[in-house]
Design a protein around this ligand. Structure first.
Ligand code: GZL
Length: 307
């Protein structure tokens, strides 16, 4: 296409010829499904030509997708980096091709902030702190040790690294709160169940499960029930996301506290795409708003939830 293509876009005004390449992590969880739906719905409402790829949680597939978008000369590239590291080379290729990049959901650890225009997503450290703070409050008068097992998200991903750090920060004031086992369940139900089975076999006394997402918590609940224990009673459960099935389990008292992680990033992403192409400056960091739910609050909120 003629050089200065994006300049033409600015003058043409019609959005139908704006092309957006989106490289999604995968389809590993209820959260991811809601996130994908939000991006696809918002792109069609905006009239953008969306080129969408699912990387099945493999970084090499996301890198391949970004290279394809560069060859297709899309106007903007957006993606949710499955892990934090290893992006500088392909992001430099996008920059050299004059294609702006927007990060959504997860961050990269690149030192060169010129490689992306903005990062739209949650503060995962804050999410971990909310989870840890609730637990600290629950056990502030504990006189015996409280054994915690942790199901971490995908190894090397921003949510797994930051939710772990925030949680540890929030519980460090109570010496009785002890993380006795911590392992990745890769954000999936199947892996969450498998790892929780191993935790139950190796640890005679587990008081609390901290799961970095609802899907792993739901898998763990299956393992806990299969072991003849009552989730939410014999083993307290704290989870993150607040997707429908997690909120359902919380309303039944199987999950005691859920920290919301908002997947509906589509509208903010499309606004950022328009602003970038209109030459507007965008803040480097756009933090999504989100809350928390006890079992009772989940029960009350369920009817109004969009996903
Ligand atoms: C968080 C997102 C995480 C969700 C998981 O923003 O990256 O990935 O918490 C999803 O459910 O798999």
């Amino acid at each position: 296409a003629a050089c200065g293509k994006s300049e033409d876009k600015k003058t043409s005004g019609s959005t139908s010829d704006i092309s957006l390449g989106f490289a999604q992590v995968g389809a590993e969880s209820g959260w991811r499904t809601a996130n994908t739906n939000s991006i696809k719905d918002s792109a069609s409402e905006a009239g953008f030509d969306l080129k969408f790829s699912d990387a099945q949680q493999k970084q090499e597939n996301q890198i391949k997708a970004i290279r394809t978008f560069i060859q297709q000369k899309v106007d903007v590239i957006a993606f949710s980096p499955v892990v934090e590291s290893g992006w500088d080379t392909v992001l430099k290729e996008a920059k050299d091709a004059g294609i702006p990049v927007i990060l959504t959901d997860r961050a990269v650890d690149s030192k060169d902030e010129s490689l992306y225009v903005t990062f739209i997503g949650s503060d995962f450290v804050e999410e971990g702190k909310k989870a840890g703070q609730w637990l600290s409050d629950q056990y502030k008068d504990a006189s015996a040790d409280v054994n915690i097992v942790e199901l971490q998200g995908t190894t090397g991903s921003a949510p797994a690294i930051d939710r772990k750090a925030g949680f540890e920060e929030a519980i460090k004031g109570n010496s009785h709160l002890k993380i006795i086992a911590s392992q990745t369940g890769d954000f999936t139900r199947a892996k969450g169940k498998e790892v929780m089975q191993a935790f139950l076999k190796a640890n005679p006394k587990i008081d609390v499960l901290y799961a970095h997402n609802d899907d792993m918590a739901l898998g763990a609940i299956q393992a806990i029930e299969a072991a003849g224990l009552k989730p939410g009673v014999d083993i307290k459960i704290i989870s993150v996301d607040a997707v429908h099935d997690g909120m359902q389990a919380a309303s039944e008292g199987k999950i005691n506290y859920i920290v919301e992680c908002n997947p509906l990033l589509g509208p903010q992403l499309m606004d950022a795409v328009r602003d970038v192409l209109a030459g507007k400056t965008i803040e480097k960091r756009i933090v999504t708003k989100e809350g928390t739910f006890t079992s009772e609050e989940a029960k009350a909120a369920l009817p109004d939830r969009k996903y």
